[in-house]
Design a protein around this ligand. Structure first.
Ligand code: PLP
Length: 389
């Protein structure tokens, strides 16, 4: 309290000015417009806008190689991809998942008439705690839907051990994990199917978009029928599919962004190193780090606030940052288990999810995108440090 001046401004913040322009949690990677327009001209010349056009086919091939996965199907967004993944594996009954995620994860289960069963998370990785899955399995359980939250790989070994013992399918929501690797293996090689999101907020994007990646060749046709109304050919509709197709304009954005993705990840890596440097000795602030076995994509920079040590809460910091034109996000608060549509489920009770409830109160996602500078990061960190009480 002693650093608050009479007029209410802090001594330290007194010299710190708000940013002239808003600093958001992220900004989409906008590639060279000329490269985009050149490709648009190709599309205009072909007159082919959607339904497995040449740009779509080229992106599918390029991503398969970039992600090191045997099979890949593009989608108009990741959520429809996940809905199709559940349909493809014929999941039903109950699926064990995490409450610490974006709403899409449990919602795709609800859209498949499946009951989400919430499992608590690991306090360090913030991913589903594999050691707590087994006690949630019932005769109705058909799968585990795990999320590589913030791009940190799940305990895949722990998850697969349980899945194999109980004959469960495994789907990974890898929305945050584009190009992440574990021991040199692309993250999409784990589980039965993984979903990647190419939403504009993601490190690699197609404005809206996504993909399912998988190893089993037998799934390819089924997934591609399911995302195209179940149409097999002009005279056969073989299943009740949906419209999940990515169009040619989205595919162009993806193809051009692929030329810039390595550079974007490199820039983010140095910005994350700067955050870690400027915040390393701040009592009460810790940050999520990448395990040594993993290669990160630097999708997010996530801090955790211990309010008793730091002197003010995560919520205070989130609000106070706005005065400096800095817009952070409380990902993932509230927990999915607290949504009105899920909180009646027994596993959603806060007493069953103590770690997730604590983490959801402590985490804050800081601004991170390639166009930020090290100076911006230093300013953001100095402003944060000045909030200490
Ligand atoms: C963890 C997670 N799952 C699913 C999605 C949904 O992906 P999409 O926006 O591509 O539908 C998102 C966010 O966009 C996400 O963060």
């Amino acid at each position: 309290m002693q650093n608050i001046l009479k007029n209410g401004t802090s001594k330290v913040t007194a010299g710190l000015k708000p940013f002239d322009k808003p600093i958001y949690i992220t900004r989409p990677l906008l590639p060279n417009l000329k490269e985009v327009t050149e490709k648009l001209e190709e599309v205009w010349a072909s007159g082919w806008l959607t339904n497995n056009g040449p740009q779509h086919m080229a992106l599918e091939k390029a991503l398969q190689s970039k992600l090191g996965v045997p099979y890949l199907s593009l989608f108009n967004n990741g959520t429809i991809g996940l809905i199709v993944a559940c349909q493809c594996l014929r999941l039903s009954g109950e699926v064990i998942t995490t409450p610490f995620t974006f709403p899409a994860t449990p919602h795709v289960l609800a859209w498949n008439n499946i009951k989400p069963i919430f499992c608590d998370i690991d306090p360090i990785t913030m991913n589903i705690d594999a050691s707590k899955i087994e006690s949630l399995i019932t005769p109705q359980t058909t799968a585990i839907l795990a999320v590589h939250v913030f791009g940190t790989p799940c305990d895949t070994m722990g998850i697969h051990n349980i899945a194999d013992r109980y004959g469960l399918r495994v789907i990974y929501d890898a929305a945050h994990a584009f190009a992440v690797e574990v021991d040199g293996i692309g993250i999409g090689n784990f589980g039965d199917i993984s979903m990647m999101s190419f939403h504009a907020t993601k490190v690699f994007h197609t404005a809206e978009g996504g993909a399912l990646v998988f190893k089993d060749a037998n799934l390819k046709d089924r997934i591609d029928f399911l995302k195209n109304f179940g149409i097999k050919n002009e005279e056969e509709v073989v299943m009740p599919g949906i419209n999940g197709k990515m169009n040619e304009i989205q595919a162009i954005l993806g193809l051009v962004n692929l030329n810039y993705i390595d550079e974007e990840i490199k820039k983010r890596k140095s910005l994350v190193a700067a955050y870690q440097h400027f915040l390393k000795d701040v009592d009460g602030i810790t940050f999520l780090t990448t395990p040594p076995s993993a290669k990160s994509n630097y999708q997010y920079f996530v801090i955790r606030v211990d309010s008793r040590v730091f002197g003010c809460s995560r919520d205070f910091i989130y609000e106070k940052f706005k005065e400096y034109n800095i817009f952070t996000r409380k990902y993932f608060f509230p927990l999915c288990s607290d949504y009105p549509c899920y909180r009646h489920i027994t596993s959603a009770a806060p007493s069953n999810l103590p770690v997730a409830n604590k983490v959801a109160r402590d985490v804050l996602c800081m601004p991170l995108y390639g166009d930020l500078t090290i100076n911006d990061i230093e300013r953001i960190c100095n402003i944060l440090k000045a909030f200490r009480q």
